[in-house]
Design a protein around this ligand. Structure first.
Ligand code: SF4
Ligand code: SF4
Length: 417
């Protein structure tokens, strides 16, 4: 793992901010691994929190309207499908039966996670109901992932700091069904000031909670690295953590569980860090899913120029956006404005830094050759599918080789063949 600059001080001390809602929301139809099917047609009036799209694939999560309004069109942005929702600014809400969670069976709990579109908010967007569906054998360690190891991002930090009661309530709901022997909240050493408040408030909820401070390394927040750091166990390829009595949830996911079970609100908003090499109104914003970046920049009086790249997500794992209509999705922890850096690739010098830095113990340099040669056998042999796309290899490579491009291409080649 790598020690990289944290760059979080620009935003971590700023209290949660909000922006006004846009006139148009662009609701992404892509979920974890499948394309969602709209259940509303163009011209339909919809209420806030109404179901907009779903899929028969178990590995997907429902999508709901963040506001009330009219479905104005279905469009593609940068090759992805979106429903466009025109806001009527009335916020007419759909209400759901107010179930007390203690009255639900385990299956009803899992069904509600699915119905309310709860998914991992750490970036991977794995549907939470799938994780919990594998869980009820016996969970020894319930790990709450508060390790936000990407540079710049501080949304999870402020969530733990300012929404501690809500997080504990969400945790209480999850723990009611999981009955884990212990709950471990993992935070980075650089955020150790959060320990006291988290422990203090957890006592009010009678939770078997402890805090584990982990190194400020990258990618310490990835599920496999975190499990290793906390339990010493290695999750092998093809295994799932619950086989080892472990369940991991991001703090943002626990907050979404709080919203669903304590406020009866589907996953329609999240905290997003707005940061980077820009001195506008940076900070952590509570933003509705589907809000386009264009609107967020306007609301925060941030102007952009051709010398900047706008990244959705973190600086290491996020994706550069091509259109400012690209919206926030459930996994978007940040919007970063990063100065373009002109880099020229040089030949591989076989230094092995990429191998040493890879948390998955892969050989990233081999992906360059295998992808260029479209060598499917080599891509399988060197296990490109086991890459978690953390970007550590590309970050450390002294020859600035396009390792991530090779990895994405290699995965695509295997997917299509
Ligand atoms: S090969 Fe994949 S997992 Fe390994 S460092 Fe590179 S991006 Fe990360
Ligand atoms: S870090 Fe770059 S230069 Fe060094 S072995 Fe890996 S690909 Fe080659």
């Amino acid at each position: 793992m790598l020690l990289i600059p944290s760059l979080k001080n620009k935003t971590k001390k700023i209290k949660i901010r909000t922006i006004t809602d846009p006139e148009y929301f662009y609701i992404p139809l892509k979920s974890y691994r499948s394309e969602m099917q709209p259940v509303v047609a163009v011209g339909c009036e919809v209420k806030k929190f109404q179901l907009l799209a779903k899929s028969d694939d178990f590995f997907s999560s429902n999508i709901h309207a963040p506001v009330s309004g009219i479905i104005s069109e279905c469009i593609q942005i940068d090759g992805q499908n979106f429903i466009v929702l025109k806001n009527d600014f009335k916020n007419n809400e759909l209400t759901f039966p107010a179930d007390e969670y203690t009255q639900l069976t385990t299956q009803e709990f899992i069904q509600k996670l699915s119905n309310f579109g709860i998914e991992g908010s750490g970036g991977a967007r794995f549907p939470t109901h799938v994780k919990y569906n594998n869980t009820f054998s016996e969970i020894d360690t319930f790990i709450i992932n508060g390790v936000e190891c990407e540079p710049y991002l501080s949304a999870d930090y402020v969530l733990m700091k300012e929404q501690t009661q809500e997080l504990m309530k969400g945790l209480q709901v999850a723990q009611y069904f999981i009955k884990a022997k212990k709950i471990v909240v993992a935070i980075e050493k650089q955020n150790k000031e959060l320990s006291r408040v988290l422990l203090q408030i957890s006592r009010e909820y009678n939770l078997p909670l402890s805090i584990k401070l982990v190194k400020n390394n990258y990618p310490q927040g990835s599920e496999q690295q975190l499990i290793k750091s906390i339990t010493g166990k290695e999750i092998k390829k093809g295994e799932i953590p619950s086989q080892h009595g472990i369940l991991v949830n991001n703090v943002g996911t626990i907050w979404a569980i709080y919203k669903a079970f304590c406020e009866n609100i589907p996953f329609t908003e999240r905290l997003v860090t707005l940061s980077g090499n820009n001195n506008g109104t940076l900070g952590n914003y509570l933003i509705k899913i589907g809000t386009p970046i264009e609107h967020i920049l306007k609301e925060t009086q941030i102007s952009t120029n051709n010398n900047e790249t706008i990244v959705l997500g973190g600086a290491m794992m996020g994706k550069a956006v091509k259109s400012l209509l690209t919206p926030i999705n459930k996994g978007s922890g940040g919007i970063l404005l990063l100065k373009n850096q002109k880099t020229k690739s040089h030949n591989c010098i076989s230094c092995g830094y990429c191998v040493d830095g890879c948390p998955q113990r892969l050989m990233p340099l081999e992906f360059l050759r295998a992808s260029a040669e479209k060598n499917l056998m080599k891509l399988k042999e060197f296990d490109v599918q086991n890459c978690i796309e953390c970007g550590a290899c590309a970050y450390i490579c002294p020859s600035d080789l396009p390792l991530m491009d090779a990895i994405f291409e290699g995965k695509m080649l295997l997917h299509n063949n």
